[in-house]
Design a protein around this ligand. Structure first.
Ligand SMILES: NC(=O)c1ccc[n+]([C@@H]2O[C@H](COP(=O)([O-])OP(=O)(O)OC[C@H]3O[C@@H](n4cnc5c(N)ncnc54)[C@H](OP(=O)(O)O)[C@@H]3O)[C@@H](O)[C@H]2O)c1
Length: 328
């Protein structure tokens, strides 16, 4: 059986490059479960792996892609049978140090394979996937902090991105007033369409430069780090909370101590890299009150053949929402 997959290589100079290749099942990393792929997600991390823009992959050659869903073809583990609908959502090994999702057929250890549970189907489990789950964990951090809709606006950075689009839709569904901060001036209407009361450009940062500036936000979900994270910290209201999970604007940021010691601002880190089985209330709530109402506006389907070009566009900031690769 031959099938197509994306393979990322590293040459003698350390340069990484990807191309579509024909593989057989024994070319894939070992595992008990063989899955015919139906859908795969495209995360920021995946685009960095495919384009070589980031140091994501830990083995070469390797097939990137950390989230896939599909139908079991065969299993050497009694928990799965041919025909089962399953998902693999990695980020630690699958699509990092073992062959991952961007392949018409994938093979994974049974411990990393999960049934598609009630409330999801093979498309939605990947369309929502790690991006929506990360946003749901960030939304729960804001709720647990005690920040209520009447406390004021919540600013979401990297607003047109996959995770942030979900965060906006979830917050709006819970009644929060959401402001989307974006670098894409052409996408303000999109942001209003998915739940923002208004959209602001990244240039808003240049209007507020003091270590403690005007108190604008009751909370924030930050997908980008870097200078925008400093901006939201400096413009938080008393007892505000920033739930931060991303690094698209940079891995480092500089700020002062004042938001913390003079306004009691909380910086809450979010690592949502949890196996499906150990995801808590945030995952279950995505079939209920945290289901993004604007799913149809946020998600778009692409063909497997479009994936490399889509990854280039995502790294260059030219993509909005979340793409799902359809294998057939
Ligand atoms: N901690 C975790 O568990 C976890 C889980 C999932 C994802 N993440 C991280 O979350 C972030 C978002 O992931 P994603 O999959 O949603 O990515 P994405 O779809 O590419 O969204 C990222 C968004 O960030 C903004 N952006 C890009 N480059 C920027 C720059 N140089 N300066 C400022 N803003 C920039 C863009 O939005 P605008 O054009 O609208 O500004 C872009 O759409 C990534 O850093 C990813 O690694 C973390």
């Amino acid at each position: 059986m031959k099938f197509s997959a994306i393979r990322t290589f590293r040459d003698d100079m350390g340069h990484r490059f990807s191309r579509v290749v024909e593989l057989g099942i024994d070319d894939l990393s070992p595992g008990e479960v063989v899955i015919r792929s139906q859908f795969a997600a495209v995360n920021y991390k995946d685009a960095r792996a495919v384009t070589g823009a980031g140091n994501v992959l830990k083995r070469f050659p390797c097939t990137p892609g950390i989230e896939v869903s599909g139908v079991v073809e065969s299993s050497r583990d009694a928990r799965f049978r041919a025909g089962d609908l399953v998902t693999v959502q990695g980020g630690r090994e699958f699509g990092i140090s073992r062959d991952g999702a961007y392949s018409e057929v994938v093979r994974a250890p049974a411990a990393e394979v999960f049934p598609v549970i009630d409330g999801f189907d093979p498309f939605s489990v990947v369309a929502l996937g790690i991006a929506a789950y990360t946003s749901a964990v960030a939304v729960e951090a804001i709720e647990k902090h005690g920040t209520r809709p009447e406390d004021g606006e919540i600013i979401v950075t990297g607003a047109t991105g996959g995770c942030s689009s979900y965060a906006i839709s979830m917050l709006a569904g819970l009644g929060y007033q959401v402001v989307g901060m974006t670098g894409k001036t052409s996408e303000h209407e999109y942001l209003k369409g998915i739940g923002c009361v208004r959209a602001v450009g990244r240039d808003i940062q240049t209007q507020y430069t003091r270590p403690l500036d005007e108190q604008l936000w009751a909370g924030s979900i930050d997908a980008v780090g870097g200078a925008p994270l400093d901006f939201v910290l400096r413009t938080m209201k008393q007892r505000g909370i920033v739930a931060a999970f991303g690094n698209a604007a940079g891995e480092q940021f500089t700020t002062s101590i004042y938001p913390f010691i003079l306004r009691s601002v909380t910086l809450a880190g979010v690592n949502a890299n949890h196996p499906v089985a150990s995801r808590g209330s945030a995952w279950r709530r995505m079939t209920g009150d945290l289901r993004p109402q604007a799913l149809d506006k946020i998600v778009h389907r692409i063909a497997f053949a479009e994936l490399p070009a889509h990854c280039d566009a995502l790294i260059n900031g030219g993509v909005r929402g979340r793409a799902v690769v359809c294998f057939n």
